[in-house]
Design a protein around this ligand. Structure first.
Ligand code: DHB
Length: 488
């Protein structure tokens, strides 16, 4: 039970100099069967002035990164937690186990955070908040989870799997509160999700760089090509639809992806960003054939008043923030298209790409495990494959398949498996961001997640912010404007 008397008063000084007064409740165990006392705790921070009284949302930030463990933390003036507190939201920052958390039992090292334990910890923390909702200020019916990268994937998982029976037995054994773990909203920055398809999605997209900027050797190209060849069937199996209801297939997928990148570049231009001519963004100036004609205005300036071209640039999906659909103003060149291969080569030149397989790498061409191989490993710390593709390569056995237990662990760690029309396990509101030059995973991962959610009837705010590398908790005005709107 939550004990409101164990509190301390504190002040957070924001970058503006403003002081935010709050009450802290810290080091609270959220399960009764504690496996790892370093990580299975949460902290709660209650601002002096609550945004919406009893119905104030709880902003739950996970600091999971790299699928590693994280301790419960206190709010930081320089990220979304400080901003949330300043805006009057209750803030919860749970710890959780991960790929690197260990305990020693009978002289043996035991890895406590193998998948799906980190996710289970977040669910248990949410159940704790709901179980104690009458004692904790704010409303556990309005939990907004926020995470970046592996934490973004966890946010997507929490947001898609509320009260799903697949997790019940685990949660019961952990001594998690017997209540709901649904959330109200999920904020996902660059989610490293869909892990068991991420390798094929990476190679299918970035294959155009293999012999150029990526400098792959012959063995790597073979792996890249094999993986890429598996992707079209996966894309087609998703049966995604664009805004107009057209089916997205592997054949037209790249045109669909382009609409998001075009919208991103266009917004950047409108905001005054310079975009080099060499990276594949095609603007009016590059495409005089569209029939627009620069006109002299009264003061002698050139005004580009355009007919809206067919095709590229118009089809930007409508589910971004205001302004995401290109607004063809007079004072900016507008983006008419994108040379995707050129743009992807540019992305790969900014930050070298991962080598194939990008995620399930262990034992294919290299023996080194990725963080993903470690989190799917066993309690002794031995890494494991989580795709048939890499397992077959490592074992040199074309018939090898993941065992039943591993297949189940992989299943419960993929948010895509839990999204369907009106699914009660899915949070109603979604805010998804992935930088337009973030190469940590393929653009297909966030695009598919956002599209599947949108197609299933959920409220999705999705954008690929221009010139943004792998990062999170940026453009906080944008995020907190959205949070304000969904909480009204
Ligand atoms: C993270 C980044 C990665 O590239 C990855 O594969 C897994 C996690 C991260 O930043 O959390």
């Amino acid at each position: 039970m939550f004990d409101p008397s164990v509190a301390k008063k504190a002040v957070l000084t924001m970058p503006s100099g403003e002081d935010v007064k709050y009450t802290a409740y810290e080091n609270i165990f959220y399960v009764t069967n504690i496996k790892d006392s370093v990580y299975q705790t949460l902290n709660i921070y209650v601002p002096e002035i609550l945004n919406r009284g009893d119905s104030t949302p709880v902003f739950l930030r996970t600091y999971i990164g790299g699928y590693m463990a994280t301790t419960a933390k206190s709010p930081s003036a320089s990220d979304a937690t400080g901003r949330a507190l300043k805006e009057g939201y209750v803030v919860c920052i749970p710890g959780s186990r991960g790929a690197n958390s260990t305990i020693t039992r009978d002289g043996k090292t035991i890895y406590t955070g193998i998948a799906p334990n980190g996710l289970l910890d977040l669910k248990a923390a949410i159940r704790y908040l709901r179980y104690n909702d009458n004692l904790i200020p704010g409303s556990a019916e309005r939990i907004i989870i926020d995470g970046t990268s592996a934490g973004g994937a966890m946010s997507a998982l929490v947001g898609t799997t509320g009260d799903r029976p697949e997790y019940d037995d685990f949660l019961r054994k952990m001594g998690a509160a017997q209540t709901s773990d649904k959330v109200f909203a999920s904020v996902c920055y660059c989610p490293i999700a869909d892990l068991n398809h991420a390798d094929m999605e990476y190679e299918w997209l970035y294959g155009c760089t293999n012999t150029g900027v990526r400098h792959l050797d012959a063995d790597q190209i073979t792996i890249s090509d094999e993986l890429a060849a598996e992707c079209p069937a996966y894309i087609n199996s998703l049966n995604l639809k664009d805004d107009a209801g057209n089916t997205i297939t592997a054949d037209n997928y790249k045109d669909y992806l382009k609409t998001f990148l075009i919208a991103s570049a266009h917004k950047a231009l409108e905001e005054g960003c310079e975009i080099p001519d060499t990276i594949g963004i095609i603007r009016y100036a590059d495409r005089p054939d569209f029939g627009g004609r620069p006109m002299r205005t009264a003061n002698g300036d050139v005004e580009r008043r355009m007919r809206v071209p067919e095709g590229d640039g118009r089809g930007a999906p409508s589910f971004g923030p205001a302004g995401m659909r290109p607004r063809f103003s007079n004072n900016t060149d507008y983006v008419t298209g994108i040379d995707l291969d050129l743009y992807l080569n540019y992305v790969a030149s900014v930050t070298p790409l991962k080598t194939p397989p990008a995620f399930d790498q262990y034992g294919v061409l290299l023996d080194t495990p990725t963080p993903e191989n470690s989190v799917f490993g066993d309690e002794e710390g031995t890494p494991a494959n989580f795709t048939d593709f890499s397992l077959r390569h490592r074992l040199r056995d074309n018939d090898a398949t993941l065992g039943e237990d591993m297949a189940r662990r992989v299943f419960v760690m993929n948010p895509m498996n839990f999204i369907s029309e009106g699914a009660p396990s899915v949070a109603p509101h979604w805010f998804i961001r992935h930088g337009a030059k973030d190469r940590d995973t393929s653009f297909l991962v966030p695009v598919n997640l956002a599209t599947k959610l949108k197609n299933s009837g959920f409220d999705v705010n999705f954008f690929l912010p221009w010139n943004r590398p792998h990062s999170g908790d940026y453009n906080l005005d944008d995020l907190f404007g959205w949070i304000d709107r969904i909480s009204r």
